[in-house]
Design a protein around this ligand. Structure first.
Ligand code: GUN
Length: 294
């Protein structure tokens, strides 16, 4: 059996079309153009690529974007000062500080300085708290992209066993919150699944993974997930981005396609969806800021 491919590129095109229409409508009805301020500190080559792709995607749907490029020697106070300026700038609907930051800067302090209404990454503790309470303002972009990929492909997670590999703040932890919660009018994206999060310390990790109807890998270990860890007919979502010999590979071994029914590959799977949901959150931020000033 060769798994059916969950094509994040194609799905992104569809969702970006919807966002572009909504951006046009907002401009028509209120004159507001959503805008994303991206902040890049230092010269991490991967971060450069991510930010460039995010800005290009903004352009493709009519969202304005600005790049604030700061040297690696930037002090924490200087960065906090820039964030405060962006918080006060009405044209800026969303603020994205690309992580990781240089070691001498406290990431938690920087995230805390962003106006939660402009926190389109949904990393601020207020937004994480709202998500945890089941009333999210924004959903973090990568887990949101995975959720959209599943729901728009007709893969229901209600009552399913979902196993998430990895407990990071950016993927594993919020992914578990989105998929475990009960759907409501406040939170229609909630997955209603039985969620297990596995990590380095998990005993019988392979056995737990075998119990998954949906297996989501976000650990950053190249080709960690092997076919013997996957139940026949499972859905496998690869969120890993690992550089091996200059090539980008995921956390899932390609031979998993022989046992899975659905597979989201790397590249071309979750990556484009993450950027698409950032566009969605930036549009929502512009709408929210507008409703606050009316
Ligand atoms: N670094 C890796 N992933 C992300 C992300 O989704 N947002 C930001 N701001 N930085 C990242």
């Amino acid at each position: 059996m060769a798994a059916k491919r969950l094509d994040g590129q194609q799905l992104s095109q569809t969702i970006r079309g919807e966002i572009a229409n909504a951006v046009k409508q907002l401009a028509h009805s209120s004159g507001i153009i959503p805008g994303l301020a991206a902040v890049l500190v230092g010269d991490n080559p991967a971060s450069e690529v991510y930010v460039r792709n995010k800005r290009r995607a903004c352009e493709s749907v009519g969202i304005a974007s600005w790049l604030h490029r700061l040297p690696a020697s930037t002090t924490q106070a200087e960065l906090l000062n820039l964030i405060e300026q962006l918080n006060q700038t009405p044209e800026v609907s969303g603020i994205l500080v690309q992580l990781p930051l240089p070691k001498h800067i406290d990431e938690a302090k920087v995230i805390l300085a962003i106006n939660p209404l402009k926190d389109v990454d949904a990393f601020h503790p207020e937004n994480l708290g709202l998500l945890t309470a089941g009333h999210p303002r924004y959903l973090p972009c990568t887990p949101f992209g995975v959720q959209q990929m599943l729901s728009r492909s007709g893969i229901s997670t209600a009552g399913a066993n979902v196993v998430i590999l990895g407990r990071s703040n950016i993927v594993g932890k919020p992914m578990s919150l989105i998929l475990m919660q009960k759907p409501s009018t406040h939170f229609p994206e909630a997955g209603d699944a039985t969620v297990t999060v596995v990590h380095r310390g998990t005993r019988s990790l392979e056995k737990v993974c075998q119990s998954a109807d949906v297996l989501i890998a976000a650990i950053g270990v190249a080709h960690f997930v092997k076919p013997e860890m996957v139940r026949l007919g499972a859905t496998v979502i690869d969120v890993g981005i690992n550089s091996v010999g200059g090539k980008i590979v995921g956390d899932v071994d390609p031979s998993v396609a022989e046992v899975a029914e659905w597979l989201s590959p790397v590249p071309g799977g979750v990556g484009p969806m993450t950027i698409t949901m950032l566009l969605y959150n930036t549009l929502r931020a512009a709408q929210l800021l507008r409703s606050q000033t009316e």
